[in-house]
Design a protein around this ligand. Structure first.
Ligand code: 28G
Length: 649
């Protein structure tokens, strides 16, 4: 094809006046976006030459006067004279608009496709524009300029026909241009923006070396990008601050009906999905048919694969497509003709044939990958990850249902063991979560039932760290808290709906009590975070001592208060130490701990809850080593029980 090419193959069309009249229509904008687009039009042609396998190097210089040069070492634009139009191929490419007239840079170019459509637009919008072609030992030259003739600007006007201007052993094309200040608000390109895009291009076209030199600074800045690994390197770079679960990205490519697709994918330790996609090296931020095909293939192949993975009956779950994409990061690059862009920002691929092609290529590639015994360890990690994702999805759904059921709970005065209050104003109401049935019974008798509800907890609520939410939800204690709060759970939690503005944890001042507090705070921290940040969570502080003489009793929370009380009551007073809530009568519990007039509450802060979360993770998580270290450092669990919060009543 390259050998049989003659300039006669060019189909030619109109001049550049149209571009000059309505620059925005051709370059998109006359602002900063447009000035960068000018450069991309030229770079794209060099990129095409590289992607076609003819050029290996692209060299870009940003000069102090605002001009820019781009050079590639490809074949050079054809120099022969076109039989019909009687001008050189170079001049045709640079002074005539391509078929259709309307310039749409996105529709023509992909590797194997057409060159040079955008270059004439850049010429039209430049003050001057010079081209050099290196071919068959000769240097060819032509200069163009936008000149004013009788008050009218003629743009891209050749100053002389293409001419030979010396000998060279180079081959390729060099274009130097100065964007026209009469068109653009500001002709300066941003080094960082240009550099970033060139790096992206170097990953998208592997093996090409792209060098950028900025002479506008002293000393000049320069950077060179080459990627031998292409998309694999790109994904590794994108994942460099994520924890990957397999070191090498999964990689495949193929062609179907003239559509080329290359795909790399890698799972990371996260539940987010990161899919980056390109069409003809243009980023498709809104996704589109290529992404749809990719996802469909993964669902199909993984469903097949999971059928073969041995699972115990109790673990068997029905998978959904999303389950296979938790923690998946991927890059899809498609090359095709006649691209249709859709969407708000025209960055969604619309061509249905791209879905079919990508789906087929990914299905084949991923199936092959999973069948390869060398990949068995990665395959089983992916399966495990999908299983975790499916479980937490199922759990989240159960939680939603639970939240929906809250209306039923509203109707019933008693939720589980909850003794609800009679008042209907959430801002006045208080929910006491009480450790143990006997303390719960006392609290129930001692409370003011108008605004105080009591929820006794039997034993220790389940350890929240056992990450699976379904386990949290299977636990009756947690379920009754969720239902009592009446405002959903986790993602469905709506703080506006809570039925109690004070949630007060009431547990003994001993090791078991500390444990329960830590677990409850962790539970709130993970699934009801706003409850803490909005200041709704409190820890009740029952007194540790009573000091009694005659009919007078003083309650003390600290050793210091104890000493003061002893001094106040003098000789012969009776001191009692309370080890647990169960030792108090219901009247005493009201007086010391429930009655807003006499009680001490500690408001829980985020730091408190986060510290509990942290320690709970260490103590109950799957990692044995940090747990051992923690336990040997702090043998006493009470150490974590030093809350920062404000004291309130
Ligand atoms: C330096 C800055 C940007 C380019 C080429 C090479 C060819 C070419 C460019 O052909 C005409 C019309 C449609 C194919 C193609 C050379 C075939 C044989 C080329 C560039 C031909 C344009 N020999 N390198 N254009 N097309 N580099 N770099 O612009 O059919 S533009």
């Amino acid at each position: 094809m390259a050998q049989t090419y003659t300039v006669a193959d060019l189909t030619v069309l109109e001049g550049l006046d149209a571009v000059r009249k309505r620059p925005g229509m051709y370059i998109g904008s006359t602002g900063s976006r447009g000035i960068h687009q000018m450069l991309w039009e030229i770079v794209d042609n060099a990129i095409d030459e590289a992607a076609n396998g003819y050029a290996t190097n692209i060299d870009i210089h940003l000069y102090e006067d605002g001009s820019i040069s781009v050079e590639d070492n490809g074949r050079g634009i054809p120099v022969g004279i076109h039989p019909e139009y009687k001008i050189s191929g170079v001049e045709l490419v640079l002074t005539k608009l391509h078929a259709g007239g309307k310039f749409n840079n996105n529709n023509y170019s992909y590797s194997g496709g057409l060159h040079g459509v955008g270059a004439s637009v850049v010429n039209a919008l430049s003050e001057w524009f010079n081209v050099e072609v290196y071919r068959d030992g000769d240097i060819y030259k032509q200069n163009y300029a936008s000149v004013e003739e009788n008050g009218k600007i003629t743009s891209g006007k050749p100053l002389f026909p293409l001419k030979k201007a010396g000998k060279t052993d180079k081959h390729g094309t060099k274009i130097t241009y100065l964007a026209d200040r009469r068109v653009f608000d500001d002709i300066n390109v941003q080094y960082d923006r240009v550099s970033r895009r060139l790096q992206e291009l170097s990953y998208l076209i592997k093996g090409v070396t792209i060098k950028l030199t900025d002479h506008r600074t002293i000393p000049a800045r320069e950077v060179t990008y080459t990627s031998l690994g292409g998309l694999v390197d790109y994904l590794s770079q994108l994942n460099s601050d994520r924890e990957v679960i397999h070191p090498l990205p999964i990689h495949f490519s193929g062609e179907r009906n003239g559509i080329y697709a290359e795909i790399v994918m890698q799972y990371v330790n996260s539940d987010k999905e990161y899919i980056y996609s390109y069409v003809n090296n243009i980023s498709t931020g809104e996704g589109g048919t290529h992404e749809t095909g990719f996802k469909a293939a993964i669902t199909k192949v993984m469903n097949e694969y999971m059928k073969k993975v041995p699972q115990s009956a109790k673990d068997r779950v029905d998978f959904e497509g999303d389950d296979y994409r938790d923690g998946l990061s991927a890059i899809i690059s498609v090359k095709m003709k006649e691209v249709q862009f859709e969407g708000q920002t025209k960055t969604r691929l619309g061509n249905p044939e791209a879905r079919i092609a990508v789906e087929s290529i990914v299905t084949e590639g991923l199936t092959e990958y999973l069948q390869d015994l060398n990949n068995a360890p990665v395959a089983s990690m992916i399966a495990e990850k999908a299983l975790t994702a499916a479980r937490s999805r199922i759990a989240a759904r159960k939680a939603k249902k639970l939240a929906r059921d809250k209306s039923k709970a509203d109707a019933a005065p008693l939720v589980g063991k909850l003794s609800s209050c009679t008042g209907r104003k959430p801002e006045e109401n208080e929910l006491f979560i009480v450790e143990g049935d006997s303390a719960g019974g006392n609290a129930k008798m001692g409370r003011d039932r108008k605004f105080q509800a009591i929820l006794p907890l039997r034993g220790k609520p389940l350890n929240v760290e056992k990450k699976r939410m379904e386990a949290v939800l299977a636990n009756e204690e947690f379920r009754s808290i969720i239902t009592a709060l009446g405002a959903g759970f986790d993602k469905s939690f709506r703080i506006e709906d809570i039925k109690y503005h004070k949630v007060i944890i009431l547990a003994d001042a001993d090791q078991d009590g500390a444990h329960i507090r830590a677990i409850l705070l962790t539970f709130f921290f993970r699934y009801f975070r706003e409850l803490i940040t909005e200041g709704h969570v409190f820890i009740a502080q029952p007194p540790l001592y009573s000091i009694k003489k005659g009919r007078e009793t003083i309650w003390a929370h600290t050793e210091k208060q104890l000493d003061e009380a002893k001094q106040k009551l003098g000789r012969g007073c009776e001191v009692k130490r309370y080890k647990g809530l169960g030792e108090m009568s219901s009247e005493q519990l009201w007086e010391t701990t429930l009655d807003p007039k006499g009680r001490v509450l500690l408001q829980v802060t985020m730091e408190d809850a986060a510290a509990c979360d942290n320690i709970i993770s260490v103590l109950m998580g799957d990692n044995v080593e940090p747990r051992k270290q923690y336990i040997s450092a702090y043998a006493n669990f009470n150490k974590i029980d030093t809350y920062q919060g404000n004291t309130v009543n």
